[in-house]
Design a binder for this molecule. Sequence first.
Ligand SMILES: Cc1cc2nc3c(=O)[nH]c(=O)nc-3n(C[C@H](O)[C@H](O)[C@H](O)COP(=O)(O)OP(=O)(O)OC[C@H]3O[C@@H](n4cnc5c(N)ncnc54)[C@H](O)[C@@H]3O)c2cc1C
Length: 427
Amino acid sequence: MRITIVGYGPGGVAAATAAKTFDSSAEIVIITEETLPAHKKPGATMALEHPETRELEIRDWSYESLKKGGIEVKSGMKVVGGDLDKKSLEIVSADGKSSTHQYDRLIIATGGVPSVPEMPGIDLPGVYTIQSMAETSVIGKALDTADTTVIVGAGFSGLETAERLHKMGKEVHLIIRSRLMRKQLEEAMSEDLLSRIPRGIKLHLGSAPTSVVGSKHVTAIEVGGKTIDTSIVLLMTGVRPNASLAEQFGIKVGTLGGITINNMTETSKDGVYAVGDCVEMIDSLTGKPRLMPIGSTAARAGRQAGVAAVGREKVYEDTSVMLQYDRIFDTDIVCIGHSSTSAKDVGLETEVQYLEDPNEAMKVALVTDKEGRLIGGQVLSARMGARVGYEILNRVEAGSTLKERPMLQGRHEQILSLLERTFGPMK
Ligand SMILES: Cc1cc2nc3c(=O)[nH]c(=O)nc-3n(C[C@H](O)[C@H](O)[C@H](O)COP(=O)(O)OP(=O)(O)OC[C@H]3O[C@@H](n4cnc5c(N)ncnc54)[C@H](O)[C@@H]3O)c2cc1C
């Protein structure tokens, strides 16, 4: 059985390793247009400060490590077309040579492409997106001669980048169209996170940029009637599915722009699977399509694709639970499952409860559905955020209500209830 995977990110590599684990005789080939060995994207902002760093490489996913595990990586090779009826792909190498490649099962894991807002000047040199390590290193070198930087977008990557540039001593302007991490956080959580941003970072709230200024290179950006002088603009405005290859093959693409898959990651074409940022995942509560462009989802779905491609029928139930963690501004930020915003997108009514523990500078949002089941949660905390996040994840995966399994109380509440049990009501 020849299994070919297009894409060398977490989706592609997880698919390859799962397929090899479940069928050791399978011939597995990963094709990628990238020329660098696999690297971590979480934390990729390190390459802004140290463009030549090798710290971000993922050793277990190097060409040599994968080869030892029986997986071949063909790097610097772009899949430009093919004939799915003949199970054949057309490939062009970095030096322009064309070849064909035969497979029995195909897994598409082509990732996402940055969403770039339309405005005058957006194509000027000095305007960047960060999607690959190579791009990050180029920006890192350009930063040598730039003191002022502008970041557009306040999701995980935008905030992580703002923190890094601020620590590097740059003047950082952060443009926030609506509020921080609007899709992942409740409004009260966004407000809380806002208060944790260091004062030195200049916030521009409530406006989107209207134009990038410059003739040969960026010199400024206009936002909310103000002009900010800068030679570097970083667009951290999210990704959209890279489904163009699948479309070219006649594979069905959904209304959100991602490849349509079922719960075994099968596409509309026999023997072709798809995973990662290029697909529309299926929301486990409603069965509706949902974009989930994060590495942990790509890896979980990749495992499912690898297993399915070698003919196993197992369906993993945890593939579409959203799970994000980062530590930015000395704060653990954990987002699990649905926020009320993402739930609304799939037609779910929700209620949100908040817990606070001032001792840990912790604020927790718990999102429940109409039946009181916990369907998501968010944690902001000076420390131990991951532990609380894990408690939430457990309950979300089990479909528990908070009545059945209450969340741990904050420490001051625990002490209060202990005192009240001993001395009677205290307030
Ligand atoms: C700066 C940054 C920080 C991030 N931080 C986090 C984080 O903290 N936590 C988290 O969960 N996620 C994070 N993400 C998101 C995460 O990296 C992505 O969700 C994940 O990489 C998606 O994996 P994937 O396998 O779908 O595709 P990708 O990792 O995007 O890989 C796509 C692959 O497809 C290949 N490819 C595409 N088209 C072709 C073609 N025609 N021919 C050959 N090869 C092709 C590319 O070369 C590449 O190897 C971050 C992303 C960025 C950019």
